[in-house]
Design a protein around this ligand. Structure first.
Ligand SMILES: Nc1ncnc2c1ncn2[C@@H]1O[C@H](COP(=O)(O)OP(=O)(O)OP(=O)(O)O)[C@@H](O)[C@H]1O
Length: 315
């Protein structure tokens, strides 16, 4: 048993998720997935994200964070378990669109597994992958409008919708520029605008700021919170930066075992709206210390991780 497992057992009675079936944006039950027989990534994993929450996911590199996003987005199908998203018809609760299920061993859920094929939840979550994926030949305006156009909106209407939001994304003067003419932060803003405009309730953001310098990153974090407070979407955010996770989130979920079978939950004790100085708030230190310790325990496969350094916040 790893240090992380022991810690999980000790904390399990406290780490109860607040589940309200009508308010869930995402409900994962008994998820099991492997790419090949020797690489089990998820084993009977369950967690819930409520509508309007900002939740970050922290885990050591290579344990399966991006794969989890691909499963939620419907790009991969679980071997067992179910993934439910709101926003489909009839949505949550229920067994209509937006539900992918395979029988989870030992869960006795009694749910009927739909036939394999196109996942019913495909398109129900907005997915912003690590690389911004902007098309180099399309302007800012046309890149941001892409999701709307793919969804069937006429080009003129899609462009009008984009133009309305360009000012709050700091892109008003850049509508006709190509991606190669943009800074890293601007590219991420275009990519996020495209994701937001596609209209889904749940947005999956995979390390969107990892390639940015420290100052741009701080600006982008504050900006993202402003936009989120304005649009009140549900965000699930992958990062390797503990400070970033604590600053942005209502809850931080930490995966520290491989395969991932449970997520340790930390509620962030900060009021909103937040400014970046909140990262220095002393109330965050116990959670930060504990998260770093868990991640180091997970990384070292259960070797004694020792005391984490105060300053280090990236894993
Ligand atoms: N298409 C694939 N086929 C086979 N194995 C894969 C595939 N995609 C990812 N993997 C493996 O699954 C594991 C998890 O990969 P994933 O990218 O989900 O990890 P991650 O936690 O997001 O990593 P990082 O933090 O470095 O981005 C890795 O061992 C990876 O090599």
């Amino acid at each position: 048993m790893t240090d992380c497992d022991q810690e999980g057992k000790a904390r399990s009675s406290k780490a109860a998720y607040t589940e309200g079936p009508g308010a869930a944006a995402l409900d994962v039950r008994g998820l099991t997935y492997r790419f090949d027989p020797d690489s089990l990534l998820f084993e009977n994993l369950s967690f819930t994200i409520q509508k309007g929450e900002f939740v970050s996911l922290l885990a050591p590199s290579g344990v399966g964070k991006t794969t989890l996003f691909r499963l939620i987005a419907g790009l991969l199908e679980p071997d067992a378990g179910e993934i439910r998203l709101s926003g489909g018809e009839p949505g949550l609760p229920g067994a209509g669109a937006g539900v992918a299920s395979q029988p989870a061993p030992g869960t006795g859920s009694g749910l009927t597994a739909p036939p394999r094929g196109k996942p019913k939840r495909l398109g129900l979550a907005g997915y912003m992958p690590q690389r911004d994926g902007l098309m180099p030949w399309r302007t800012v305006l046309d890149n941001a409008a892409l999701g709307l156009e793919v969804g069937g909106m006429p080009k003129g209407e899609a462009r009008r919708r984009v133009r309305e939001l360009l000012p709050s994304f700091g892109l008003e003067q850049s509508a006709d520029r190509l991606p190669a003419e943009l800074s890293g932060g601007m590219r991420q803003r275009v990519s996020f605008l495209r994701t937001l405009l596609a209209g889904q309730e749940l947005l999956l953001l995979d390390e969107p700021f990892s390639a940015l310098d420290a100052m741009t990153r701080l600006d982008m974090q504050e900006w993202l919170l402003q936009v989120w407070e304005e649009h009140r979407k549900t965000i699930l955010f992958i990062t390797h930066d503990v400070d970033e996770a604590l600053f942005l989130s209502d809850r931080v979920l930490v995966a520290c075992t491989s395969p991932i079978g449970r997520l340790e939950e930390f509620r962030v004790p900060l009021d909103r709206p937040r400014k970046s100085e909140a990262m220095l708030d002393a109330s965050l230190l116990p959670a930060k210390r504990e998260i770093l310790r868990l991640l180091r325990a997970g990384k070292s496969g259960g070797q004694n991780p020792g005391e984490p350094e105060e300053g280090g916040g990236r894993v």
